[in-house]
Design a protein around this ligand. Structure first.
Ligand code: ATP
Ligand code: MG
Length: 541
C-alpha cells in the first residue's frame, strides 16, 4: 500500500526490532552512561531560579542506594510505586530505583486533587508513594482511605518524620550497595500510566520495559533524528504523562542527551521563551495547547535567541495555523506525531525525511504496522475512513489495562488494537486524523472531524482558542457548534458571529461552518491540556 518515496519504503521494509530477552530501562538510560566520566544527565532549574547539574554517575549511585533501601524495607518486584512529584532529580531517581528492583513505577501528576489520587492509588494498589511537602498536603487527609499504601517517602526532607520517611535519608543509609544485575525481562512490567481521562474515567495502561525501545523510532522521527550525546531536551509536559516520560526524559537518556527539568506552577509562555533561550534547549516536545499559548505571547529573537533544532508536537490536532506560525517565527517545521498511552508514537512526521502535510499526523513509524481498519478488522482502501489501528505484537504496545481484562479485550479486534480514533490514509502513506470516535460529527450525511474547523477558527484574527462539537439537530442529525475564546480586547457580537461563520465557509468548507457559536471565557481542559469535548456536549444538552 505504501508507495512513498524510496527512502521511506526501503527503510520501512528493512526495519527490524532488536528487543533482547533481558532488558532494563534503568540500565539503558542511566547505568550504561555511568562510566566515571562525569557525563551530564540533568540540569534542574528550581523555582528560585537556582540551577543544579547532575551526572549519570551521580544518578546511578543514588538510584542504586535507593533501590537497596527499598529492598531492605521489603518492597518487592511487581509492587507499584507511586511517584507524585513534578519534573526533577528525585522523580528521576524514583523511576530508576523502581526499574532496578523490578517494581512498577506509577507516575501521578502533581495537579491531581484528592479524587484523582484516591482513584489511581486504590485502583493500582500502590504500596509505596514518593512525594514532597506540598504533595503530602493533598495526600495525608486521604491516608485512611488508602488501605494498601504502606510506605510514604518525602523527597524534600533530610530526616525521617512521623508522617513520612525521608528519601535522602534512605539513600544515605545505603551507601555503595553491592553491584546488582538488572536482568528483568523485556516483557516484565515497568510502568503503569493512567490515560488522560478525556473521554471518561482514566484507565491504567501497564507497560513492559520494552516500551522504551518501542518508542525510539517514533521519537527519532519526530526530532529529525537525534544526535547521540549532543544538545539539551526539555518539555513543559510533566514526566507523569507518557509524553513527558517516554517521548522526552527516557529516550533522551537512552541517547545520552541531557534533559532540562523545570517545574511550572502553571504553563507560562514568557517563562518558556526565557527558559529555552537561557539554557539553549535544542529539542523540545510542545503539546498544541502550549504552542497556542506561545503563539499568543510576545517573543523577540533579540531578547530570547533560541538554539532550537526540532519541535515535536502531539496529543491533539496541531493544525496548519501553528505549523505556519512556527515556520515563520522560529524557522522550524514542527513534526506532528500521534499515539496514545496504550500504544504511543506509532505515526509521525519527519521534515528531514519527507515533507509534512498540514492536517496529516504523518506516516506509520517503521516497526509499527498501522492501518485503517473497519469494525471487523479488515484493512480499508486508501481514502476510506475507519479506525486507526495497530497490529499486535508491537514492542510499544501496552500489556493491558491494570486489572481490567474485559476492557483490554475490547480494545482489540483480532490482532488489531483499535485506538478509538478515526482516520484515513492516502496512497503516499500519510495518515489523516479525523477525530476521536465520539467527536466525529454527522451532519446532513457528512462526517466531519472537529480538527480542521478548529484550525480554521484559530486562523481568524479575533480567536484565541476554539473547540468544535456536534449538537443534536432534528433535520441534519447534528449541526456544528463552536465554542470560542476571543483574544483579549475583542468583544462578542452578532456581527462577529457572522464574520467567523463566513471565514470558515471560505477557508474550510461551506458545509462545515458552525451554525452555532458560543463565546466562552475558557474551555474545559484535562490536566494534560486537552479540550474535553464531552463536557462541552453536556453543556449543550
Ligand atoms: P482517555 O483515553 O482516558 O479518554 P486520552 O485518550 O486523551 O484519554 P491519551 O492516551 O493521553 O489519553 O491521549 C491519546 C489520544 O490523544 C489519542 O487516542 C488521540 O485521540 C489523541 N491524539 C494523540 N495525538 C494526536 C494528534 N497528533 N492529533 C490528534 N489527536 C491526537
Ligand atoms: Mg484514549
Amino acid at each position: 500500500m505504501l508507495s512513498a518515496d524510496s527512502v521511506y519504503s526501503q527503510s520501512y521494509s528493512e526495519f527490524h526490532w532488536s528487543i533482547p530477552e533481558h532488558y532494563n530501562i534503568a540500565h539503558d538510560v542511566c547505568d550504561k552512561w555511568a562510566d566515571g566520566s562525569g557525563r551530564l544527565a540533568l540540569i534542574q532549574q528550581g523555582p528560585d531560579g537556582q540551577v543544579k547539574r547532575y551526572t549519570f554517575d551521580q544518578l546511578k549511585a543514588w538510584s542504586d542506594s535507593l533501590a537497596a533501601a527499598w529492598q531492605a524495607q521489603g518492597i518487592q518486584a511487581g509492587d507499584r510505586i507511586a511517584i507524585f512529584l513534578a519534573q526533577g532529580l528525585e522523580t528521576a531517581l524514583a523511576h530508576l530505583a523502581t526499574y532496578k528492583i523490578g517494581a512498577i513505577a506509577m507516575p501521578l501528576f502533581t495537579l491531581f486533587g484528592t479524587d484523582a489520587l484516591r482513584y489511581r492509588l486504590n485502583d493500582s494498589g500502590a504500596s509505596t508513594l514518593i512525594t514532597d511537602q506540598q504533595g503530602l498536603g493533598t495526600l495525608l487527609p486521604l491516608r485512611e482511605h488508602l488501605p494498601q499504601l504502606k510506605y510514604l517517602y518525602q523527597s524534600d526532607s533530610q530526616k525521617d518524620q512521623e508522617q513520612a520517611l525521608s528519601l535522602w535519608q534512605a539513600i544515605a543509609a545505603h551507601p555503595e550497595p553491592a553491584p546488582r544485575t538488572l536482568n528483568t525481562r523485556a516483557d516484565d512490567p515497568a510502568v503503569l500510566i493512567y490515560t488522560s481521562g478525556t473521554t471518561g474515567s482514566a484507565k491504567g495502561a501497564l507497560h513492559a520495559h520494552r516500551v522504551l525501545l518501542g518508542h525510539l523510532p517514533g521519537v527519532e522521527m519526530s526530532h529529525n533524528f537525534l544526535p547521540t550525546g549532543e544538545g539539551l531536551m526539555w518539555t513543559p509536559a510533566d514526566w507523569a504523562w507518557i509524553g513527558g516520560l517516554l517521548d522526552v526524559l527516557l529516550p533522551a537518556w537512552h541517547h545520552g542527551i541531557p534533559v532540562l527539568a523545570y517545574r511550572f506552577p502553571k504553563f507560562d509562555a514568557q517563562a518558556t521563551w526565557k527558559l529555552m533561550s537561557e539554557h539553549g534547549v535544542t529539542h523540545t516536545f510542545l503539546p498544541p495547547t502550549a504552542l497556542k499559548m506561545l503563539r499568543r505571547s510576545q517573543w523577540s529573537r533579540e531578547q530570547w535567541p533560541l538554539k532550537l533544532q526540532s519541535i515535536a508536537s502531539g496529543g491533539e490536532s496541531l493544525g496548519a495555523q501553528l505549523l505556519d506560525w512556527a515556520k515563520q517565527e522560529l524557522g522550524i517545521t514542527i513534526n506532528e506525531f500521534y499515539g496514545q498511552t496504550e500504544c504511543n508514537m506509532i505515526v509521525s512526521s519527519c521534515s528531514a525525511w519527507f515533507p509534512g502535510q498540514a492536517g496529516k499526523i504523518g506516516k506509520a513509524v517503521p516497526g509499527h504496522k498501522v492501518a485503517i481498519v473497519d469494525d471487523q478488522g479488515q484493512i480499508q482502501r486508501t481514502g476510506v475512513e475507519g479506525h486507526i489501528a495497530v497490529q499486535a505484537p508491537d514492542p510499544v504496545m501496552f500489556l493491558g489495562y491494570w486489572q481490567k481484562p474485559d476492557a483490554t479485550r475490547e480494545k482489540f479486534v483480532g490482532d488489531w488494537l483499535l485506538t478509538g480514533d478515526k482516520g484515513m490514509q492516502d496512497e503516499d502513506g500519510y495518515i489523516q486524523f479525523v477525530g476521536r470516535d465520539d467527536d466525529v460529527i454527522t451532519s446532513s450525511g457528512y462526517r466531519i472531524g472537529p480538527g480542521p474547523i478548529e484550525d480554521g477558527l484559530m486562523g481568524h484574527s479575533s480567536v484565541a482558542m476554539a473547540a468544535v462539537i456536534g449538537v443534536p439537530d432534528p433535520e441534519r442529525t447534528e449541526v456544528v457548534k463552536a465554542f470560542i475564546v476571543l483574544k483579549e480586547g475583542v468583544e462578542p457580537s452578532q456581527a462577529l458571529v457572522k464574520e467567523i461563520q463566513e471565514h470558515i465557509k471560505r477557508r474550510v468548507a461551506a458545509h462545515e461552518y458552525p451554525r452555532q457559536i458560543e463565546f466562552v471565557d475558557a474551555l474545559p481542559m484535562t490536566t494534560t491540556g486537552k479540550v474535553i469535548r464531552h463536557a462541552l456536549r453536556k453543556l449543550s444538552q
